[in-house]
Design a protein around this ligand. Structure first.
Ligand code: NAG
Ligand code: NAG
Ligand code: NAG
Ligand code: NAG
Ligand code: NAG
Length: 370
C-alpha cells in the first residue's frame, strides 16, 4: 500500500509510482501547502474513492490515475486546479454523468483529457468541453517546440491511444491536445461547441451510444490528426466540409448508420474502406457500392428549372458565343500587346460563374433525387 504520509510532504514536486502492484486506496491527506506538479499512480491496483484533498494541489499539471480499479463519480472538483494540463483517468470503474456546471471556469488549461474505458453515461460533457481554453488557444508565439516540464530534472510522460496505437509520450509537447471519451456509455448528440477546440489533434468518441448527425462544426478543427467516431448510432451524411481537415491522417466512422456519398478530395482520397465498414447506406469510393450518381443519369430537370438556373440551351449557346469572342479577343491582345491579365481575369470570372451554375444544378438534382 502507498504510505499515507507521502501526501503530506510539502516540498515534493513529483510523486511517480506508476506501473507497480500497489493496492488499496491512494493517499488521502494531501496537505494544503503541497507543491506537487506531477502525480502518476497509473498502472496499479488502486481502489476508490478519489481523495477530495487532491483539490489542494494548486500547482498540479499532470494527474495520471489510469489503469487502476478506482470506483467513483467524475471528480469535477479537480476543475478548480488552475495549472492542470493532463488528466488521465482511463481504464477505471468510474461511473455516472460528467458535468462541470458546478464550477465557474473548469479545467481552463487542460490539453489532454482521457476518461476512456470507464462506465460513464449520460450526455457528452458539453459543460466541460466549452471551457477547455487550453485546446482553443495555444500560444503560437513560443518559438520552437516547448515541453510541459521546463527543467530536465524529471520528464513528464503519459500514455495515449493515438491513431489506433498505444503510445507513451516520453515528453509532453505543450501543443499536444487530445480528448478520449471512448468505451463508455455516453448518449445524445455531439455538441457543436466541440468545433471551438481549434488546436485539438485527436478526438476519440468510439464505442458509445452517440446519436444524431456528425456536426459541420467538426470541420473547424483544422489541426485534427485523428478522428474516431466508430461504434455509435450516428446517422445522416458525412459533412463535405470535413474535407477541409488537412492534417487528418486517421478516420474511423465504421459501425454507425451513416448514409449517402462519401466526400471526395483532399485527405478523404487517402482513407481506405475500413474507415466506413458497417454503414450499409454509405456509397461511393472507396466502397465498392457506387452511388446512383447524377452524372450517369439523363438530366431530370424540367424546362422551368432550366430557366431558373440560367442553364437552358439558350444560355449554353450564348456561353459558347461569348467564349468564342473572348478567345478571339484574347488571341488578338496577346499578339498585339502581350499583357492580357485583365482579360484573362475577366474570362476566368466568366468561367467560374458558369462552373458555379453547373454545380448548383448538380446539387439541385441531388436534392430532388433524395
Ligand atoms: C491530515 O494532515 C493534517 C496535517 O497536515 C493532520 O492534522 C490530520 O490529522 C491528517 N488527517 C488524517 C486523517 O491523517
Ligand atoms: C529529459 O529529456 C531530455 C531530452 O530528451 C534529456 O536530455 C534528459 O536527460 C531527460 N531527463 C531525465 C531525468 O530523464
Ligand atoms: C479509440 O479508442 C478505442 C478504444 O479505446 C481504440 O481501440 C481505438 O484505437 C482508438 N482510436 C484511435 C484513432 O486512436
Ligand atoms: C474502426 O473501428 C472499428 C470498430 O471500433 C474497428 O473494428 C476497426 O478495427 C477500426 N479500424 C481501424 C482501421 O482502426
Ligand atoms: C475493401 O477493400 C478491399 C481491398 O481493397 C476489398 O477486398 C473489399 O471487398 C472492400 N470491402 C468493401 C466492403 O468494399
Amino acid at each position: 500500500m502507498i504510505p499515507q504520509c507521502l501526501a503530506t510532504l510539502t516540498s515534493l514536486l513529483v510523486l511517480d509510482l506508476q506501473m507497480n502492484n500497489l493496492y488499496g486506496s491512494m493517499p488521502r491527506n494531501f496537505s494544503k501547502e503541497n507543491q506537487f506538479k506531477t502525480i502518476k499512480l497509473n498502472g496499479n491496483r488502486l481502489e476508490g474513492p478519489l481523495p477530495q484533498s487532491l483539490a489542494h494541489c494548486k500547482n498540479l499539471e499532470v494527474l495520471d490515475l489510469g489503469d487502476n480499479i478506482i470506483e467513483d463519480v467524475f471528480p469535477s472538483w479537480l476543475g478548480i486546479l488552475p495549472e492542470l494540463q493532463v488528466l488521465s483517468l482511463r481504464s477505471n470503474k468510474l461511473y455516472g454523468t460528467i458535468t462541470c456546471s458546478s464550477i465557474r471556469y473548469p479545467f481552463l488549461k487542460l490539453r489532454i483529457f482521457d476518461v476512456s474505458n470507464n462506465n460513464f453515461n449520460g450526455p457528452l460533457p458539453t459543460s466541460c468541453i466549452k471551457n477547455f481554453q487550453g485546446m482553443m488557444n495555444v500560444n503560437d508565439n513560443q518559438l520552437g517546440l516547448q515541453y510541459l516540464d521546463k527543467s530536465s530534472i524529471y520528464n513528464d510522460s503519459v500514455v495515449v491511444i493515438m491513431k489506433g496505437f498505444s503510445m507513451e509520450l516520453t515528453r509532453i509537447l505543450t501543443t499536444f491536445t487530445t480528448i478520449d471519451l471512448s468505451n463508455n456509455m455516453f448518449e445524445g448528440e455531439i455538441p457543436q461547441v466541440i468545433g471551438d477546440l481549434k488546436f485539438l489533434k485527436g478526438l476519440n468518441l468510439s464505442n458509445n451510444g452517440i446519436t444524431g448527425t456528425i456536426p459541420q462544426s467538426l470541420s473547424y478543427l483544422r489541426n485534427l490528426e485523428w478522428l474516431d467516431l466508430s461504434r455509435n448510432q450516428l446517422r445522416g451524411e458525412i459533412p463535405m466540409a470535413l474535407t477541409k481537415l488537412n492534417f487528418l491522417s486517421f478516420l474511423n466512422l465504421s459501425q454507425n448508420h451513416l448514409e449517402g456519398m462519401i466526400p471526395k478530395g483532399q485527405q478523404f482520397d487517402t482513407f481506405g474502406n475500413e474507415s466506413y465498414e458497417g454503414n450499409t447506406m454509405l456509397c461511393g469510393l472507396p466502397l465498392s457500392k457506387s452511388c446512383k450518381n447524377d452524372e450517369d443519369r439523363p438530366p431530370l430537370s424540367t424546362s422551368e428549372d432550366e430557366e431558373e438556373s440560367g442553364f437552358g440551351w439558350k444560355a449554353v449557346a450564348i456561353g459558347y458565343a461569348c467564349g468564342a469572342i473572348s478567345g478571339l479577343l484574347l488571341g488578338h491582345n496577346v499578339f498585339f500587346f502581350g499583357k492580357p491579365e485583365w482579360l484573362a481575369r475577366l474570362v476566368e470570372q466568366m468561367f467560374n460563374l458558369r462552373l458555379k451554375r453547373t454545380n448548383n444544378r448538380a446539387g439541385a438534382n441531388r436534392r430532388r433525387m433524395n
